[in-house]
Write a new protein. Structure first.
Length: 462
């Protein structure tokens, strides 16, 4: 093995940020013999979900935890907490990078969107900074257009009469833009705006998307402009899951006994949570649909991202479900608490649909396994992803919420039934099959994603 090139990877907190970088590291070592170290910022002991993933890293992919940082108590939203974790970790990152570069041929530091400040540390040490943009190509275009948009629009974006039209993308109404765009006086929006020239700090931008999924946006990103680094679409990079046949989780055994493509998998990512009233409606809607379901449920919260920092570190007793629900739906469905082996569920032949919060990793996993979607976005960029999946690609149905933002049981039952056995569901399934085929081809030796990764690897090795 060519041991000369080594890459440092800096994921921000959250399973959805760690998993794609882990998979990226595996691709580098398997296909291009480039070794790497994941440098992981922390705010406390790592959750079990993280430990399990890191324990199964292949040879030549290492990891180190940075010492925990203490977050100020006034940080109310997840994005501010992530930004703060990353910037408070800069001193220990610097030390770790120095150590790594003294023992390895360290060629690049790859950071995600929350770690922009780390590009300065990389330059200080003489390492090339790269950005891993783990969201949509459309999201990257939006960030690049932010300064223009900010000048053009005077109101809050959600009050704009016309949708935002980015080159090559489906039009998106202001209310469906990411959460960080929803309050222009908020510190997170102001930070994004201040960082508008961030793109020039990097020598390349890696995106977890692929040509057939976001052709218009990717082509727009690849137009050469002064100061714009090359963009490498290398997706879909998704969790491969465990091949360990022993200790097979109960929910997979349950799936083994269900008819082909009959079960709706319901999951809101690693940290998504619903209010008490919404959980009630979801439970009764699933029951009313009479379709099979496998639901990863978390205890209710009025914040939609309440479990983000401690995915799988708690198992909630299911006492918050409506009275008698579990007994009445025995045989129809299974509820698991907090966490499921999502990738194994999605590739299981009994899974016929995926009700998802539209986190980008979950979306790519659904696409890769050809599972049609119900789009139920909660926070961050998920509403914009939902628009793309539902209105642009037509691989998802999207239920409507009432005037106070609750999706009612009748609407849930209707959409679930439609996806699993209706005519609309059939069309969505066919479209998804097409995308699945395309995703597989992109990763083949001659596919455009594999070629992008080779170009990047070539740059790092030379
Ligand atoms: N995940 C999982 N089991 C769960 C919930 C989530 O394995 O019960 C994984 C999922 O497969 C995906 C990641 O956690 O790889 C979630 O990332 P995503 O971007 O979809 O959402 P986020 O958690 O960042 O909101």
């Amino acid at each position: 093995m060519d041991q000369t090139s080594h890459v440092a990877l800096l994921p921000s907190p959250g399973m959805g940020h760690l998993i794609p970088l882990v998979e990226f590291a595996k691709q580098l070592v398997h296909h291009h013999h480039i070794s790497s170290t994941l440098i992981i910022p922390t705010t406390g002991p790592p959750p079990q979900s993280q430990i399990s993933i890191l324990e199964s890293l292949p040879e030549n992919v290492n990891h180190v935890f940075l010492p925990p940082v203490h977050l100020p108590e006034n940080l109310t939203n997840v994005e501010s907490q992530i930004f703060a974790t990353m910037s408070l970790s800069i001193p220990s990152l610097r030390d770790t990078l120095k150590l790594l570069s003294s023992t390895n041929q360290l060629v690049a530091l790859v950071v995600d969107l929350f770690g922009l400040d780390a590009s300065d540390v990389a330059k200080e040490i003489g390492v090339h900074p790269y950005l891993f943009f783990g969201f949509t190509a459309m999201g990257l275009l939006l960030s690049m257009h932010l300064s223009k948009l900010d000048k053009m629009v005077t109101s809050e974006y959600r009050d704009m009469p016309e949708p935002v039209k980015l080159p090559g993308c489906v039009p998106v109404h202001g209310r469906d833009l990411p959460d960080s765009f929803q309050d222009r006086s908020h510190v997170v929006y102001k930070t994004l705006l201040k960082n508008v020239s961030w793109v020039t700090a990097f020598e390349g931008i890696i995106i977890n998307s692929f040509l057939n999924l976001e052709e218009g946006a990717i082509k727009a990103l690849q137009v050469k402009e002064l100061g714009k680094p090359p963009v490498y679409p290398i997706g879909p990079i998704i969790q491969t899951g465990s091949s360990d046949g022993s200790n097979r989780p109960e929910c997979l055994k349950w799936l083994d006994n269900q008819p082909s493509q009959s079960v709706l998998f319901v999951s809101f990512g690693s940290g998504g949570t619903l209010s008490h009233d919404q959980i009630n409606e979801l439970a009764l809607g699933l029951e009313m649909s009479r379709q099979k379901f496998l639901w990863v449920a978390r205890k209710p919260s009025d914040k939609s991202d309440a479990a983000f920092f401690n995915a799988q570190s708690q198992t909630d007793p299911l006492g918050f479900l409506p009275k008698g629900f579990l007994e009445r739906t025995k045989g129809q469905g299974l509820v698991v608490s907090s966490w499921a082996p999502q990738i194994e569920v999605l590739r299981h032949g009994s899974t016929g649909g995926f009700l998802t919060h539209c986190g980008w990793n979950s979306t790519l996993e659904g696409v890769f396994h050809g599972v049609p979607l119900i789009a139920w976005p909660l926070f961050a960029d998920q509403k914009m992803n939902a628009v793309m999946l539902n209105e642009g690609l037509k691989v998802a149905l999207r239920p409507k919420a009432n005037e106070i933002g609750i999706v009612e049981r009748e609407e849930i039952a209707r959409v679930v039934k439609e996806l699993i056995e209706g005519e609309e569901g059939k069309k969505v399934r066919e479209k998804m099959k097409g995308l699945q085929d395309a995703a597989g081809k992109e990763l083949n030796k001659d596919g455009s994603s594999a070629k992008s990764l080779s170009e990047l690897a070539f740059r790092w090795k030379n």
